[in-house]
Design a protein around this ligand. Structure first.
Ligand code: ZN
Length: 295
């Protein structure tokens, strides 16, 4: 048996599967992320249940962060500087994984990128980015099948973008103001317009969607240019806003103007900018895939 765990800022998803079918969980569990002690205790309970009949051979862990995911670091597997109370400087991997059990540790978005590449919208590709535009903005990247991770890097959520001419919102990133996250994450949408992205009044919808789409398309453009991603999977709560995916697709060719790798030179990027293909929690499926890789 293998176990995958996705620790999110608000909930934890656990799954157990056979090593030869990591995308088919035979046992799942989900519970809210509360204190570190309580949450880690519930993860231990899940691991014990998963291993009741067949021993747990490997564990993959994909976590909210920032995380230290550099295997050479003394703090490998730690959640580092999160503002989430009680979760800063927590040795998550060390406290979750029983001694001697092989383990893999990545950020939540990188886990989701692996899940989408292997079993979701990215099947058949070798380089892919998974972006979540939700409470924050995060992007996980796989290049030539290799998940790109380390000590808090990459941090595409804080990319700088060109301002949309109709957008005078200052942005709300505490570090940069109008970086990508400061302009497009859920709290920025609410702060700018007083409504979440799924509740725009019809008369305002097209204009607001165009503003968000221009920033998200710029992120996709930069990620494709720098990493050669064949697809950018766009997930997260803000992306559920009706019409936003389509508007982002429409914005991309206008930015790229035919220049760059194949993914940017197509006139219709509907195969390049895609919705998630793993229906629920691609991060936990990615964590299972990384656990299976260890065996
Ligand atoms: Zn920022």
């Amino acid at each position: 048996m293998i176990v995958g765990i996705e620790t999110g800022g608000t909930k934890v998803v656990c799954a157990a599967a056979r090593a030869d079918a990591p995308d088919v969980p035979v046992l799942t569990g989900r519970f809210p992320t509360t204190t570190a002690d309580e949450t880690i205790g519930r993860i231990h309970d899940f691991i014990a249940e998963a291993g009741a009949e067949d021993a747990v051979e490997a564990i993959g862990l994909a976590s909210f962060g920032p995380v230290d995911a550099d295997p050479a670091s003394a703090r490998y597997g730690w959640i580092t500087t999160t503002p989430k109370p009680g979760w800063a400087d927590v040795d998550l991997l060390g406290r979750v994984v029983p001694r001697g059990t092989p383990s893999a540790f990545v950020s939540d978005v990188l886990g989701a990128a692996v899940g989408e590449l292997r079993y979701g919208a990215g099947r058949g590709t070798s380089s892919l980015a998974y972006a979540t535009i939700g409470t924050g903005v995060g992007v996980g990247i796989v290049v030539d099948g290799r998940p790109i991770g380390g000590d808090g890097w990459p941090e595409v959520g804080h990319l700088l973008v060109r301002r949309h001419p109709d957008d005078d919102y200052a942005g709300n990133c505490p570090f940069h103001g109008d970086c990508l996250e400061g302009l497009t994450a859920g709290p920025a949408v609410l702060g700018r317009w007083g409504a979440d992205a799924s509740s725009f009044p019809e008369s305002e919808r097209a204009g607001r969607i165009a503003v968000l789409a221009s920033y998200i398309a710029q992120m996709a453009y930069s990620v494709i240019l720098t990493t050669g991603s064949e697809k950018v999977v766009l997930g997260g709560g803000v992306m559920l806003s009706p019409g936003l995916l389509e508007a982002t697709r429409a914005a991309l060719p206008a930015i790229a103007r035919g220049y760059g790798p194949k993914a940017l030179s197509v006139s219709d990027p509907s195969e390049v900018l895609v919705a998630p293909g793993v229906p629920d929690s691609p991060g936990v499926i990615g964590a299972l895939a990384l656990a299976a890789d260890l065996l």
